[in-house]
Ligand binder design. Sequence first.
Ligand code: GDP
Length: 594
Amino acid sequence: MHIRQPIVAVLGHVDSGKTSLLDKIRGTGVQAREAGGITQHIGASFLPTETLKKVCGPLFAKMGGENQEIPGLLVIDTPGHEIFTNLRARGGSAADIAILVIDVNRGFQPQTNESLKILQSRKVPFVIALNKVDMVSGWKKNPPTKFITQSVKEQDSFVQTALDELLYNVVGTLSVLGYNSEAFYRVKDFLKEVAIVPVSARSGEGMPELLAVLVGLTQQYMQKKLDQTEKQTRGIVLEVKEEIGLGMTANIILIDGTLKKSDFILVAKRDSVIVTKPKAILLPKPLDEMRDPRDKFRPVNEVVAAAGIKIASPDLEGALPGSPVYATTDESKIEEFKKLIESEMKSVFIKTDTKGVILKCDTIGSLEALTDMLKKQNISVSTADIGPVTRRDIMEALAIKERDRHLGVIIAFNVKILQDAQEEAEASHIKIFHDQVIYSLIDNYVNWVQDDTANEENAIFQELTPICKFTFLKGFVFRKNNPAVFGVLVDAGVLKQKVSVMNTDGRKIGVVHQIQENGKSVDVAKKGKEVAVSIQNVTVGRQISEEDVLYSFPPSPEAKLLLKTFSHKLSPEEFQTLREIIEIQRKVNPLYAY
Ligand code: GDP
């Protein structure tokens, strides 16, 4: 039996102290230099057993470390759920165990919940680092004892009580969420209870215990998973980037097996599988050997898992972060691995004709995590893809919206919305949910659906393009273009910001950007009002002229809805105006509003 070191990831809410905790873990490793120190990998740090033994002292033996199969810990250097979602592996995670950091004074925060949901969906066990204990009111900074149990004993009793209360708040919240948890020194069964370790990433108190708990847990419960006997070489792409002097490179976490320079390496691209022999396998140079900071890496011929490595190859262009990596010396196995990657990608990217939301994400990992969470909430997904939100996505959402208005939306995580997509979305009233927190993204969508269902008819009507007819007033050109600003009289209906406008030939002029009444910006202008409007990308005298009669321009499905479903909500004059709009449009597009 040959056991590899477990891969450890750190998650938690922003500012809970994830980065500081990682710094401290690395720092304690550096301090234990004479023992074995710490080895820098690409994107990870390796703490060998000797170092852990030194840092943890007698605790190491107590937690079962003396049994000694685990050769240390490989800690992923970048914290947070983003990197974690990309640390994906078929049906699970590349991380074997996680540290969930919680700020003791703040308790559960939105991203704590988000992290927990992701850990749950990827089935990754975790330990809680209850951080910033030095900030508990009244905490006395003793000479650094490092062991938290000892530190706590040296505090005034009211401080001990306060810490206990804060800790049990976390236990309470976790229990509501379905987890049993306990302060690590009271845990009886680490498989049934989540261990909470109070720590201070600032002073270092609690670090030995945190590391000892990690070693103990993996030592006792993960031997089978970590055993390398007959394990296929595989890993995960964390980042793809161009490096000066190296060209295209991919940072990879090697999860299992041995990667050799002569191996064929397979990774996923958006529409195919890359098969490459690496130009180089690279590890960081030890700091004291780094003479030129540009010369950061040292080439190696092979690496044994677990490890964080960089491979260089011009073929890596377009490789996807979160892609699985397989490696083999045996050329006849290439097809098999290609199929494996293809089938895995097929389950991640979704493209169907069924009704469902359109999901756009930045990486395979976030795409997979969001798809999982949406499915758990019974929200169907019609498209799941990587990349910015495009106009085409909006058009697809528009088609879906005709069949189901709640599914005709875009859910975008950490991606750009292209400008023409934004404009199209505004004009056709396609909602784009856009957030950098997975949890709030889904929550915002679900809340919208709930609110909307509660008052659906009204909500639909409110979102439709308002019916309006207005006249460009002669002598009221305030600006000819960029944007054009001019005075109008509202002849019928209601003029609103962001409404698309057409002329009597049925040609779209643009979108009303702003409305001003007596120099003040207003959202709406009703019949009879004289207001100034601004429209981008038109020039007075070209597309539009004084005394022109203009109309709001609902997209065809909206005009149809207004006509067939909501005519009772329109005033007779608005209804007449709608008929005029339809009549004008049908000359251009005979199917308009059919
Ligand atoms: P992250 O966003 O979770 O990575 O959090 P950081 O590590 O950047 O920490 C956020 C802030 O909390 C920084 O100002 C840290 O110095 C501070 N901080 C982190 N850990 C501790 C701690 O244990 N004690 C105290 N007093 N401050 C801490």
